[in-house]
Ligand binder design. Structure first.
Ligand code: SF4
Length: 325
């Protein structure tokens, strides 16, 4: 099937001044990232904080302009869409934020918050705005009669449901969910993820699901993309990534979550050193300063994303093979 969203060579460099003379440098937040999302699919974007996954998500919804690269949505180049067309695009691509409380205006009623996208876009739903708001509250498992309450009257999980209702108001096709459950209690996380799953099924929604929690991603996403220092290092189906990861970084990341891999503490791959600065990333493979498999070629030549014997696509000169045990 044709992808709903296609991302090619997406790059974001932030200019900064540093050093005694304030020389201009660039934080290479996202570097040459490519992937696609098919209709009705959920793609997980994972990696440690600072790996560029949130910046990537923001470029997709055009909250951030890319430095270079191309974003195609439903066959249309949306990389530099502006004005009215951007407003129209925002009906199709919505974002859910990590902190439901910070993203809801505390002085507005829930009804006003959920109705806002309809009003901004001059949309008069059949039966009126109030009816549509109540339908949306019902869809996300909230009491439709609570539309005139304020955000502080709801729990964290309920507030995230309000954020989801607002994101659904314009009937989007794609939702970028940026760490949508990481601010919630663990007991509530599963409920919200199950709601998103239900919406994906009922409404045929596609998701780019940004998260650092690999257990949540395994539960929700059919395909997974792993990022490190602004680069895409591996992408594959859930089974390929979780059972037979090829990139050493993917293996290390998964081995740190014993309940995902059943490896236990003894199987943990401990990475030496810190993530290098995105101001001055290592030459060649950016993971070579921490990789236990690194050889001379790794610091000299950047590996390209290529198909591996285990089925995923990975950027590594010496990929691992076989089951992660
Ligand atoms: Fe490690 Fe080399 Fe592969 Fe990079 S290219 S992940 S340094 S083995």
């Amino acid at each position: 099937r044709e992808p709903l969203l296609k991302v090619e060579g997406l790059t974001k460099h932030f200019p900064v001044r540093s050093g005694a003379f304030g020389a201009k440098q660039f934080v290479r937040a996202v570097e040459n990232v490519s992937f696609d999302v098919r209709p009705g699919e959920s793609l997980g974007l994972v990696g440690e904080s600072g790996c560029g996954k949130t910046t990537t998500g923001r470029m997709l919804v055009r909250l951030l302009e890319s430095t270079s690269g191309k974003i195609t949505f439903q066959g249309e180049d949306i990389t530099h869409t502006k004005g009215n067309q951007l407003r129209k695009l925002r009906q199709d691509i919505q974002i859910i934020f990590q902190d439901p409380y910070a993203s809801l205006n505390p002085r507005h009623t829930v009804g006003k918050i959920v109705a806002m996208p309809l009003q901004v876009n001059n949309i008069n739903p059949p039966g009126g705005v109030k009816k549509r708001v109540q339908e949306l509250l019902d869809t996300v498992g909230l009491n439709p009669e609570h539309y005139n309450r304020y955000p502080h009257e709801f729990s964290g999980g309920q507030r995230q449901r309000i954020g989801i209702a607002r994101a659904l108001a314009l009937k989007p096709k794609l939702i970028v969910a940026d760490e949508p459950v990481s601010a919630l209690d663990v007991s509530i996380q599963a409920q919200v993820v199950n709601l998103l799953r239900q919406l994906q099924k009922d409404l045929g929604l596609s998701f780019v699901f940004i998260a650092h929690d690999l257990a949540v991603v395994r539960h929700f996403c059919e395909r997974v993309a792993v990022m490190y220092l602004g680069r895409m290092v591996e992408i594959g189906t859930r089974e390929q990534i979780y059972e037979r990861p090829s990139h050493p970084y993917t293996r290390a990341l998964l081995s740190a979550v014993p309940d995902v891999t059943k490896l236990g503490a003894a199987g943990r791959i401990k990475l030496e050193g810190d993530v290098p600065s995105p101001l001055n990333p290592p030459t060649g493979c950016v993971f070579h300063t921490r990789c236990w498999k690194a050889q001379e070629k790794c610091s000299a030549e950047a590996p390209k994303l290529v198909a591996t014997v285990d089925g995923s696509t990975a950027a590594c000169h010496f990929p691992e093979t076989g089951k992660l045990v």
